[in-house]
Design a protein around this ligand. Structure first.
Ligand code: SF4
Length: 363
């Protein structure tokens, strides 16, 4: 089924630790279980179009519990999704209705700009109403379990990392191409039919486009796991909408509890929000965490992050300790970021992961 060009992408199919921490993902990828968005489409949610946002959230909370139960029954083969009728209004429709309201006073990310994106206003991320795409391709450079990954890069970002490697996308240097959800759904289906293991939603940052992503998957009918590839700087409301939609949370975790996130990425309250979002992700899906090791940030960032993961998410959490940092964009403004990692720092990061007790990390 897959055109594999990386030997580790085949070997990972027999990796016990990877399979254990991403068990449902492997099953969806191999078409043994349905992706969460397909289940969400079959769960009835008869909400009123005129209901207040507060009421919709209340209903969403109750329906999320029903979703978890339905997913469990399907996974245990007590119910067959193909034999379940499609409701007039579904849990996925409810998510879209809420996300549509959120666009009017945008609070998809921690910044909570409050702009009305349906009326043409723009916030920090500069994202409008039409999802805007930089590129779509089969990515061969992701973690082995994800390759080949059907990756869709969208424009704009909710953080402003001075060392951003995708700055032409995150900062809208490129124009990008606006897509209608139906058309983007065709692209997702083509990626799967072409042999991709998943749909990898990334940017920039996928968070500002959550409403459009939910609408897109309303039109997708193939079984494909959704990988939410994010900087993790999203609001608690976004975290709730992702429950029952994202199969795998591929989350960045790169700054410790000090002021590094604010100084380097203009991201206040990063540690508090990022840790909270990791906890919610673990509750509703499966996790791969990317820890980008930054020069001179081993003690203030790498160490507390790895310890927090082991203590709060478990020692078997899938973690990618990344050594690929290189000075890009405005990294020259931060003196310690004007160089690549040295060998000692890579060795130290591996030692820190082992000392934290992590047993399922890759580099
Ligand atoms: S998604 Fe964009 S507009 Fe919305 S709150 Fe975040 S930065 Fe502001």
């Amino acid at each position: 089924m897959w055109r594999i060009v990386r030997p580790d992408a085949l070997a990972v199919l027999n990796d016990k630790m990877a399979r254990k921490s991403l068990a449902r993902y492997f099953a969806v990828m191999q078409n043994e279980k349905p992706a969460k968005f397909l289940i969400a489409k079959k769960l009835p949610a008869d909400f009123g179009e005129d209901a207040t946002l507060e009421k919709l959230w209340q209903f969403h909370g109750e329906t999320t519990k029903q979703f978890c139960e339905l997913e469990r029954e399907i996974d245990l083969k007590k119910k067959n999704l193909n034999e379940t009728p499609s409701p007039e209004k579904s849990y996925l429709d409810l998510k879209i209705a809420i996300a549509r309201r959120m666009l009017k006073k945008c609070h998809f990310c921690v910044r909570r700009c409050g702009v009305n994106r349906l009326e043409g206003e723009r916030g920090f991320c500069k994202c409008g109403n039409a999802i805007t795409v930089s590129s779509i391709f089969e990515h061969m450079g992701e973690e082995p379990e994800l390759v080949p990954s059907g990756t869709i890069f969208t424009m704009g970002c909710t953080m402003r990392c001075k060392h951003c490697q995708n700055w032409t996308i995150s900062q809208w240097i490129e124009n990008g191409v606006p897509y209608k959800p139906e058309k983007l759904a065709d692209e997702v289906e083509d990626l799967r039919k072409g042999g991709c293991r998943n749909a990898n939603l990334v940017g920039g940052e996928p968070t500002p486009w959550l409403e459009q992503w939910l609408e897109t998957f309303k039109h997708v009918s193939v079984n494909i796991p959704v990988v939410w590839n994010s900087n993790t700087y999203y609001s608690q409301e976004t975290a709730q909408l992702l429950a029952g939609f994202a199969d795998v949370y591929l989350l960045d975790f790169k700054y410790g509890p000090g002021d590094c996130a604010e100084r380097i990425s203009e991201a206040p309250n990063y540690w508090r929000e990022c840790t909270q979002n990791h906890l919610v992700a673990k509750e509703y899906g499966e996790l791969i965490i990317r820890v980008l090791v930054l020069p001179n940030h081993l003690e203030c960032c790498t160490k507390p992050i790895l310890n927090w993961i082991a203590q709060n998410l478990g020692r078997e959490t899938r973690v990618n300790v990344m050594f690929q940092y290189r000075p890009e964009w405005r990294a020259y403004e931060i003196p310690e970021l004007r160089r690549r990692l040295i060998r000692d720092e890579m060795d130290r990061a591996i030692k820190l992961a082992k000392e934290a007790g992590l047993v399922n990390f890759i580099t």
